[in-house]
Structures are given as C-alpha cells and as structure tokens.
Design a protein around this ligand. Sequence first.
Ligand code: ZN
Length: 179
Amino acid sequence: MRNYLPIFILPILAGCTTMQSAKAVEVSEVITADLARADGSWAGVATISQRKDGTFLSLSAEAPAAGSYGMHLHAVGKCQGPDFTSAGPHWNPDMKQHGRDNPMGAHHGDLPNVDAAADRKITLEYKLSDFMLSGPSGLLDADGGALVIHEKADDYKTDPSGNSGKRIICGVFKSGNRG
Ligand code: ZN
C-alpha cells in the first residue's frame, strides 16, 4: 500500500504586495516620465517631486522650434504615437471646463504654456497647486497619467483643450516609474 502525501495548493495572495507599496509612497516621492515625439524619438524628461515645500513639475525637453507651447497633464498614462490620443482628455477629476481664464474652469491638468528659446530647449520648474498624486482622484490612479505638449500655445479659455492643436510630445507617469 502506498502512502500519498496530500498536496495543498496555497492560495496566492496576489494583491498584498501591491497594496503595501501603494501605501508606503504617499509621503514624499519623485516620479519621472520619458518624453517621446510623435515618431517615437526621445524628447526629454519630466519629473514630479513631492517635497516639504510643495509638489513641483520639472521639465527638460526639446521643442521642434522656438515658440510657445500648450502643456497639460492628461488622464491616461498611455502615449501611442503618432497622435497620442491614447493619453485621453486633460486630467479633470473635478469635472470642470478647460482653461484658467474660463469661469467654468479649470481642469486639474491645465498648466501654463511653456516657451522654447532659439536653441529649442524647454527648461522649467513649476509648482503644482492642489496636486493629488495618490488616491481615487490622484494623477496616479489605475491607468496613470501623461504629460502632453501641444503644437500651439493654449489660449487658456477654449474648452476642452485651449485650441492648442496636435499633441506633439508625450510622456507617461505611472506608479511603476516611481524612484
Ligand atoms: Zn484643460
């Protein structure tokens, strides 16, 4: 007579580690996004840093030419060229209209226009007000968020995107990019 050892298959608690890491990062952190052009080439880096003195967006990127460009945080962390529509609309957890000069605005993802000088470089650090990284209305919800630079300047009032034209540069912010 053979003795068979009972085999127990232990349930794998798949959610555990994910939940722990999400809780551990709420205090102070940095997330980065590599920026890509419509043809997939690398255009720079954007960083969101949570610090004691606030939350800051910093950007080092190369524009196609000197000029002023609309820039927004978009709702979905997906940058599929060449049109980047995969990034969804402007990040808008409060269901407002577009634009800082719109009485019904603004979107949470609306940012000031950025300027590129003759060398085409865009370099800036900008303090984000009322910024939420985590939580159900945070930028880093399940599908993340994206930084998008548009081909034209934002007029700060036309819903839904400030007449800023095509999306020319895109970068993904996701919790996996934390570090
Ligand atoms: Zn907007």
